[in-house]
Design a protein around this ligand. Sequence first.
Ligand SMILES: NC(=O)c1ccc[n+]([C@@H]2O[C@H](COP(=O)([O-])OP(=O)(O)OC[C@H]3O[C@@H](n4cnc5c(N)ncnc54)[C@H](OP(=O)(O)O)[C@@H]3O)[C@@H](O)[C@H]2O)c1
Length: 215
Amino acid sequence: MFVTTKLWISTYGYEQAKESINGSLERLQLDYLDLLLLHQPFNDYYGAYRAMQEAYQEGKLRAIGVSNFYPDRLVDFVKFNETVPAVNQVEMHPFQQQVQARQFMEKYGVQPQAWAPLAQGRNNLFDHDTLRAIGERHGKSNAQIALRFLVQLGVSVIPKTVSRERMVENKDIFDFFLTEEDMASIAGLDQGESLFFSHYDPEQVERLTSLVRTF
Ligand SMILES: NC(=O)c1ccc[n+]([C@@H]2O[C@H](COP(=O)([O-])OP(=O)(O)OC[C@H]3O[C@@H](n4cnc5c(N)ncnc54)[C@H](OP(=O)(O)O)[C@@H]3O)[C@@H](O)[C@H]2O)c1
Protein backbone atom coordinates (compact mmCIF):
# COMPACT_ATOMS: atom_id res chain seq x y z
CA MET A 1 0.00 0.00 0.00
CA PHE A 2 1.30 3.45 -0.92
CA VAL A 3 -1.02 6.26 0.14
CA THR A 4 -1.03 9.48 -1.84
CA THR A 5 -3.38 12.38 -1.38
CA LYS A 6 -3.47 15.98 -2.56
CA LEU A 7 -4.20 19.42 -1.21
CA TRP A 8 -6.93 21.19 -3.19
CA ILE A 9 -6.56 24.92 -3.92
CA SER A 10 -9.18 25.93 -1.33
CA THR A 11 -6.83 24.71 1.41
CA TYR A 12 -3.75 26.56 0.16
CA GLY A 13 -1.86 29.09 2.25
CA TYR A 14 0.36 28.05 5.15
CA GLU A 15 -2.21 27.88 7.99
CA GLN A 16 -4.98 26.22 5.99
CA ALA A 17 -2.63 23.67 4.47
CA LYS A 18 -1.31 22.77 7.91
CA GLU A 19 -4.88 22.12 9.11
CA SER A 20 -5.67 20.20 5.96
CA ILE A 21 -2.66 17.87 6.34
CA ASN A 22 -3.62 17.08 9.94
CA GLY A 23 -7.26 16.61 8.86
CA SER A 24 -6.24 14.13 6.14
CA LEU A 25 -4.14 12.13 8.60
CA GLU A 26 -7.05 12.01 11.06
CA ARG A 27 -9.63 11.00 8.45
CA LEU A 28 -7.35 8.33 7.00
CA GLN A 29 -6.34 7.23 10.51
CA LEU A 30 -2.68 7.23 9.56
CA ASP A 31 0.45 8.51 11.30
CA TYR A 32 2.00 9.52 8.00
CA LEU A 33 1.21 9.78 4.27
CA ASP A 34 3.55 8.29 1.69
CA LEU A 35 3.09 11.23 -0.65
CA LEU A 36 1.22 14.53 -0.57
CA LEU A 37 0.81 16.64 -3.71
CA LEU A 38 -0.29 20.18 -4.46
CA HIS A 39 -3.17 19.55 -6.88
CA GLN A 40 -2.84 22.69 -9.02
CA PRO A 41 -0.46 25.64 -9.36
CA PHE A 42 -3.04 28.31 -8.42
CA ASN A 43 -3.77 30.39 -5.29
CA ASP A 44 -1.12 30.47 -2.52
CA TYR A 45 0.69 27.25 -3.36
CA TYR A 46 3.99 28.59 -1.96
CA GLY A 47 2.39 28.99 1.48
CA ALA A 48 0.85 25.53 1.25
CA TYR A 49 4.21 24.03 0.29
CA ARG A 50 5.86 25.63 3.35
CA ALA A 51 3.38 23.71 5.52
CA MET A 52 4.11 20.55 3.51
CA GLN A 53 7.87 20.97 3.97
CA GLU A 54 7.36 21.38 7.71
CA ALA A 55 5.19 18.22 7.90
CA TYR A 56 7.82 16.42 5.84
CA GLN A 57 10.53 17.42 8.35
CA GLU A 58 8.26 16.21 11.17
CA GLY A 59 7.84 12.79 9.49
CA LYS A 60 4.10 13.22 8.84
CA LEU A 61 4.79 13.07 5.11
CA ARG A 62 7.30 10.67 3.58
CA ALA A 63 7.46 12.63 0.34
CA ILE A 64 5.98 15.85 -1.04
CA GLY A 65 5.33 16.87 -4.61
CA VAL A 66 3.11 18.66 -7.08
CA SER A 67 0.57 17.94 -9.79
CA ASN A 68 -0.23 19.75 -13.02
CA PHE A 69 2.87 21.94 -12.73
CA TYR A 70 3.89 22.49 -16.34
CA PRO A 71 7.49 23.52 -17.12
CA ASP A 72 7.13 27.25 -16.48
CA ARG A 73 5.55 26.74 -13.02
CA LEU A 74 7.84 23.83 -12.17
CA VAL A 75 11.07 25.70 -12.89
CA ASP A 76 9.94 28.71 -10.85
CA PHE A 77 8.88 26.43 -8.00
CA VAL A 78 12.10 24.42 -7.89
CA LYS A 79 14.18 27.62 -7.92
CA PHE A 80 12.42 29.17 -4.93
CA ASN A 81 11.88 26.21 -2.61
CA GLU A 82 14.36 24.32 -0.46
CA THR A 83 12.78 20.89 -1.07
CA VAL A 84 12.58 19.80 -4.69
CA PRO A 85 9.16 18.17 -5.31
CA ALA A 86 9.67 14.40 -5.40
CA VAL A 87 6.91 13.91 -7.99
CA ASN A 88 4.97 15.89 -10.60
CA GLN A 89 1.70 14.15 -11.51
CA VAL A 90 0.52 15.28 -14.94
CA GLU A 91 -1.75 14.01 -17.71
CA MET A 92 0.31 11.49 -19.68
CA HIS A 93 -0.61 8.66 -22.05
CA PRO A 94 0.25 7.64 -25.63
CA PHE A 95 -1.64 10.62 -27.08
CA GLN A 96 -0.13 13.24 -24.74
CA GLN A 97 3.45 12.22 -23.97
CA GLN A 98 4.65 15.45 -22.32
CA VAL A 99 8.01 15.40 -24.04
CA GLN A 100 9.13 18.88 -22.95
CA ALA A 101 7.62 18.57 -19.46
CA ARG A 102 9.51 15.30 -18.92
CA GLN A 103 12.78 16.91 -20.02
CA PHE A 104 12.43 19.58 -17.35
CA MET A 105 11.40 17.07 -14.69
CA GLU A 106 14.50 15.04 -15.48
CA LYS A 107 16.69 18.14 -15.39
CA TYR A 108 15.52 19.00 -11.86
CA GLY A 109 15.27 15.46 -10.49
CA VAL A 110 11.47 15.36 -10.27
CA GLN A 111 9.82 11.96 -10.84
CA PRO A 112 7.11 12.16 -13.56
CA GLN A 113 3.84 10.42 -12.68
CA ALA A 114 1.03 9.91 -15.19
CA TRP A 115 -2.57 10.69 -14.39
CA ALA A 116 -5.02 9.17 -16.91
CA PRO A 117 -2.26 6.84 -18.15
CA LEU A 118 -4.97 5.03 -20.15
CA ALA A 119 -6.35 8.36 -21.43
CA GLN A 120 -9.58 7.29 -19.66
CA GLY A 121 -10.15 5.19 -22.78
CA ARG A 122 -10.32 8.26 -25.07
CA ASN A 123 -9.13 8.09 -28.69
CA ASN A 124 -10.23 4.47 -28.70
CA LEU A 125 -7.17 3.51 -26.62
CA PHE A 126 -8.50 0.07 -25.65
CA ASP A 127 -9.11 -0.81 -29.33
CA HIS A 128 -6.40 1.27 -30.96
CA ASP A 129 -4.86 -0.55 -33.93
CA THR A 130 -1.23 0.48 -33.30
CA LEU A 131 -1.36 -0.66 -29.67
CA ARG A 132 -3.18 -3.85 -30.64
CA ALA A 133 -0.57 -4.81 -33.25
CA ILE A 134 2.22 -4.38 -30.69
CA GLY A 135 0.19 -6.18 -28.02
CA GLU A 136 -0.41 -9.17 -30.26
CA ARG A 137 3.35 -9.64 -30.64
CA HIS A 138 3.87 -9.61 -26.86
CA GLY A 139 0.66 -11.37 -25.81
CA LYS A 140 -0.53 -8.25 -23.97
CA SER A 141 -3.62 -6.02 -24.01
CA ASN A 142 -3.75 -2.43 -25.28
CA ALA A 143 -3.92 -1.19 -21.68
CA GLN A 144 -0.78 -3.15 -20.78
CA ILE A 145 1.09 -1.78 -23.81
CA ALA A 146 0.10 1.80 -22.96
CA LEU A 147 1.24 1.37 -19.34
CA ARG A 148 4.45 -0.45 -20.26
CA PHE A 149 5.32 2.36 -22.68
CA LEU A 150 5.19 4.92 -19.86
CA VAL A 151 7.06 2.69 -17.41
CA GLN A 152 9.82 2.18 -19.99
CA LEU A 153 10.09 5.97 -20.28
CA GLY A 154 10.71 6.09 -16.52
CA VAL A 155 7.22 7.37 -15.68
CA SER A 156 5.24 6.09 -12.71
CA VAL A 157 1.64 5.20 -13.55
CA ILE A 158 -1.59 5.18 -11.51
CA PRO A 159 -4.26 3.53 -13.68
CA LYS A 160 -7.70 3.55 -12.08
CA THR A 161 -10.08 0.61 -12.18
CA VAL A 162 -13.00 -0.68 -10.15
CA SER A 163 -12.43 -4.21 -11.49
CA ARG A 164 -10.16 -6.70 -9.74
CA GLU A 165 -9.36 -8.46 -13.05
CA ARG A 166 -8.30 -5.23 -14.74
CA MET A 167 -6.22 -4.29 -11.69
CA VAL A 168 -4.33 -7.59 -12.00
CA GLU A 169 -4.01 -7.00 -15.77
CA ASN A 170 -2.68 -3.46 -15.26
CA LYS A 171 0.00 -4.72 -12.85
CA ASP A 172 1.13 -7.51 -15.14
CA ILE A 173 3.52 -5.40 -17.21
CA PHE A 174 6.92 -6.24 -15.74
CA ASP A 175 7.66 -9.49 -17.57
CA PHE A 176 8.31 -8.11 -21.07
CA PHE A 177 10.10 -5.28 -22.91
CA LEU A 178 8.89 -3.10 -25.74
CA THR A 179 11.47 -2.96 -28.51
CA GLU A 180 12.94 0.29 -29.82
CA GLU A 181 10.67 -0.11 -32.81
CA ASP A 182 7.59 -0.55 -30.58
CA MET A 183 8.58 2.52 -28.55
CA ALA A 184 9.06 4.56 -31.74
CA SER A 185 5.69 3.62 -33.16
CA ILE A 186 3.90 4.55 -29.89
CA ALA A 187 5.92 7.79 -29.80
CA GLY A 188 4.32 8.52 -33.18
CA LEU A 189 0.85 8.61 -31.54
CA ASP A 190 1.73 11.73 -29.53
CA GLN A 191 -0.56 14.66 -30.32
CA GLY A 192 1.38 16.97 -27.99
CA GLU A 193 -1.75 18.37 -26.38
CA SER A 194 -4.24 17.55 -23.68
CA LEU A 195 -7.26 15.34 -24.34
CA PHE A 196 -8.95 17.03 -21.37
CA PHE A 197 -8.01 20.69 -20.81
CA SER A 198 -5.01 22.97 -20.87
CA HIS A 199 -3.62 24.58 -17.75
CA TYR A 200 -2.55 27.47 -19.96
CA ASP A 201 -6.19 28.21 -20.97
CA PRO A 202 -7.39 31.25 -18.98
CA GLU A 203 -11.04 30.13 -19.20
CA GLN A 204 -10.08 26.81 -17.63
CA VAL A 205 -8.20 28.64 -14.88
CA GLU A 206 -11.34 30.76 -14.32
CA ARG A 207 -13.42 27.59 -13.99
CA LEU A 208 -11.04 25.97 -11.49
CA THR A 209 -10.49 29.07 -9.37
CA SER A 210 -14.24 29.86 -9.32
CA LEU A 211 -14.61 26.81 -7.08
CA VAL A 212 -12.80 28.75 -4.34
CA ARG A 213 -13.94 31.85 -2.46
CA THR A 214 -11.72 34.75 -3.53
CA PHE A 215 -11.78 38.45 -2.53
N1 LIG B 1 -3.82 15.11 -10.64
C1 LIG B 1 -4.89 15.30 -11.37
O1 LIG B 1 -5.26 16.45 -11.69
C2 LIG B 1 -5.68 14.11 -11.84
C3 LIG B 1 -6.64 14.27 -12.85
C4 LIG B 1 -7.34 13.14 -13.27
C5 LIG B 1 -7.11 11.89 -12.70
N2 LIG B 1 -6.19 11.80 -11.69
C6 LIG B 1 -5.91 10.49 -11.06
O2 LIG B 1 -5.30 9.62 -12.01
C7 LIG B 1 -5.68 8.27 -11.75
C8 LIG B 1 -6.08 7.55 -13.03
O3 LIG B 1 -6.65 8.40 -13.94
P1 LIG B 1 -8.10 8.30 -14.57
O4 LIG B 1 -9.02 7.51 -13.74
O5 LIG B 1 -8.49 9.71 -14.86
O6 LIG B 1 -7.86 7.58 -15.96
P2 LIG B 1 -7.24 6.18 -16.49
O7 LIG B 1 -6.59 5.43 -15.39
O8 LIG B 1 -6.50 6.54 -17.71
O9 LIG B 1 -8.54 5.41 -17.00
C9 LIG B 1 -9.48 4.85 -16.14
C10 LIG B 1 -10.57 4.20 -17.02
O10 LIG B 1 -10.02 3.10 -17.72
C11 LIG B 1 -10.76 1.91 -17.42
N3 LIG B 1 -9.79 0.82 -17.33
C12 LIG B 1 -8.78 0.68 -16.42
N4 LIG B 1 -8.02 -0.40 -16.69
C13 LIG B 1 -8.55 -0.97 -17.81
C14 LIG B 1 -8.20 -2.09 -18.58
N5 LIG B 1 -7.15 -2.85 -18.29
N6 LIG B 1 -8.98 -2.39 -19.67
C15 LIG B 1 -10.04 -1.63 -19.98
N7 LIG B 1 -10.43 -0.54 -19.28
C16 LIG B 1 -9.68 -0.20 -18.19
C17 LIG B 1 -11.47 2.20 -16.11
O11 LIG B 1 -12.69 1.53 -16.07
P3 LIG B 1 -13.07 0.56 -14.85
O12 LIG B 1 -12.87 1.32 -13.58
O13 LIG B 1 -14.51 0.23 -15.13
O14 LIG B 1 -12.14 -0.62 -14.99
C18 LIG B 1 -11.73 3.72 -16.21
O15 LIG B 1 -12.90 3.96 -16.98
C19 LIG B 1 -6.77 8.32 -10.69
O16 LIG B 1 -6.19 7.95 -9.48
C20 LIG B 1 -7.18 9.77 -10.65
O17 LIG B 1 -7.58 10.20 -9.36
C21 LIG B 1 -5.46 12.87 -11.26
